[in-house]
Design a protein around this ligand. Sequence first.
Ligand code: FE2
Length: 423
Amino acid sequence: MPPRVARGRLACGLWFCGRALFVAGLPLAGDSAFAGLRAGPWLQQPTATSVIVMWETAELTTGRVRYGSVQPLEREATDGLVDTLHEVKLTGLAPGSACFYVTISCTLDGRTIETPVAAFVAAPAPGAPVAFAVVGDTQDQPDVWERVAERVNAERPAFLIHCGDIVGDGLDPREWREEFFAPARELLAHVPFLAVLGNHELDSPLYYRYVANPAPEHRCSFRYGDVEFFLIDSERPLDEGSEQHGWLDGALAASQAPWKVVVVHRPPWSSDLDDYGDARRTRPAEGDPCTRPVIPLLERRGVDVLFCGHVHDYERTWPIRAGRVDEERGVVYIQTGGAGGYGERHAPTRSWFTAHVRAGHHFLLVNILGGTFDLKAYDDEGRLFDHWVRRKTLPAPALAPRLAEAPLRPRLLERHPHPHRQD
Ligand SMILES: [Fe+2]
């Protein structure tokens, strides 16, 4: 795995900036409030008590984040670096509660860049509802990605899963900044995202610079409420005996999550017209040879859903197990490569494993509550075109949703006592 691009190591304990220029209200992409920033801010690694805030400046700066559950923001964190890329971890969050934040960058000559107030929600405790969006292949057409990102943001998901091919050329920093981050500035400032590597990322150091997955990054798992995600890399071997295959087997076996979801770029099942053989002339392969070796493993370990991209359209399979439809115990594969890239076409005839296909740009919204997994697919005009629900019986403790465990705010109560209270 390539290391992140080296960063400055000039730890800076002195904040040499004066009061910041602050522009209130939510900004538009390209707003002057972001002058001096190359990208961001964006959010990574959401947990019930922490999140990572990242942003990139055009020149060397110190970076800190002011944050809190109410304004004025009273907590502060820093990465202690002088650099152009900042990665600051906010801790002590209350599970399931909203958190406001601003990033503050100070240049070496004392100027300050302070971003407008944004907010996100910390991951909930197990048992609470979870809502997330899924996109893939945001590459190459930033106007489409901007339109999709606006639609995603309007749904207010708690976080976003990206199925890879974030940009068309992973080695080009301009594409990352101008074609991925800028069109989705509003969304990414409020909604943490987790991504897998696509083939267009080219395993670039820029992927590891901008995406901060849990170690070792190219593959990882993370738990969010009642769902655990397993992110794997289809540009590295997934065959039985490979490091990733072994890791995935062990991680799935150890998981106690009620819902298990795998995310990978290349589709194990696909009805594309010509990616896996020309369907106009012959019977093509049924999916990508890079990821098909994990199919038996997913079935054996009880994976519920796999999200993938790569092919630029939508396909949802029936639940599949042992090469046939198995409604009770099958894995459902959802190919969602439609958030930007140029469109592709399906084979002229329906595949036995296909439950729903749709050409065109789109995104997914998933709601999980207890034993219900509810998926909706929308096009880039916001029109619902697929709705699928999976239900299963869970052990009793996971059925009762809990309220967000936000603590009372004694300091706030002290400062603002009830006006009619006599004691
Ligand atoms: Fe791809």
